[in-house]
Design a protein around this ligand. Sequence first.
Ligand code: ATP
Length: 314
Amino acid sequence: MANTSATSRGAVIEVQDLRKSYGGRTVVDGISFSVGEGEIFGILGPNGAGKTTTVECVEGLRVPDAGRIRVAGLDPVADHPALTRVLGAQLQESELQGKLTVREALELYAAFYPRPLDWRPLAERLGLTAKLTTRFAKLSGGQKQRLFIALALIGSPRIVVLDELTTGLDPRARRDTWELIEDIREQGVTVLLVTHFMEEAQRLCDRIALIDNGRVTALDTPRGLITRATGSTVISFTPSAPLDEEELAALPALASVAHKDGRITLGGSDETVNAVVSLLARHRITAHQLRVTDATLDDAFLDLTTTRDTRTAT
Ligand SMILES: Nc1ncnc2c1ncn2[C@@H]1O[C@H](COP(=O)(O)OP(=O)(O)OP(=O)(O)O)[C@@H](O)[C@H]1O
């Protein structure tokens, strides 16, 4: 497998052969990866793949059955008090008192850390300024989410773990949050990001581990994953007459072929585009609604993952 180790900047998170079972059912089955200092490392995968279990082991919130984890040189379980000084984590909803106001939560969490950020500009960036006196229980889902992001960052952590960073945020808030994460990266903070949003992963992540059925099935840069799965370019069209399958399969640099409702979608490269245009011209076939687009992580995700959440929760 390509690229499982961190960059030359040195690993700040190391996960080796992590295993975790619940009630005899293995949900993390030998996961390994390392994250370089200052890197944004994404974890992607279908529902139930083992992503949250993995990051919660990194945070020291779950105890692995086997494997070795080091975060800034610390064992997340044995060195948990020291870990909380270098690692910020997005909280789950239930961890905040409903009566706490946004301002009180920010001040309280800032007081836990030796070098907290000034919470006012952070609240401003996250669109929380108008909600400072609102109690937690009265916030909308998206506003709670923004508060959790603020609380993850307020301690000025060296490493931050964000599980479903922008789930529940409206498109504007999502984009503002992405800009905030990019600013944090500029300051050298390492980010471990679990997400279901391909656009988010493609924009923010330096590298991505695809997890499926408790294993890392691919680990690469977003571009590397896309190219591996579908090629760099997607060509789709509806031909005016049937095309010969063998001729299609022989197109240069072809990575994938799909047929749906009379429409053909090819994954490949610029070379494939030129060849398919020549092929159509040779046979005097017209390509209706011809579209040539860059391949996306969505295409790669569908190609590289297989499971649905078919397991029963216990
Ligand atoms: N405390 C627990 N006890 C029993 N089973 C659990 C527990 N936590 C998680 N699981 C199960 O382990 C599997 C992996 O869960 P996990 O939350 O790590 O997946 P995930 O990849 O984060 O999924 P999602 O994308 O849906 O959040 C799931 O089938 C889940 O039901």
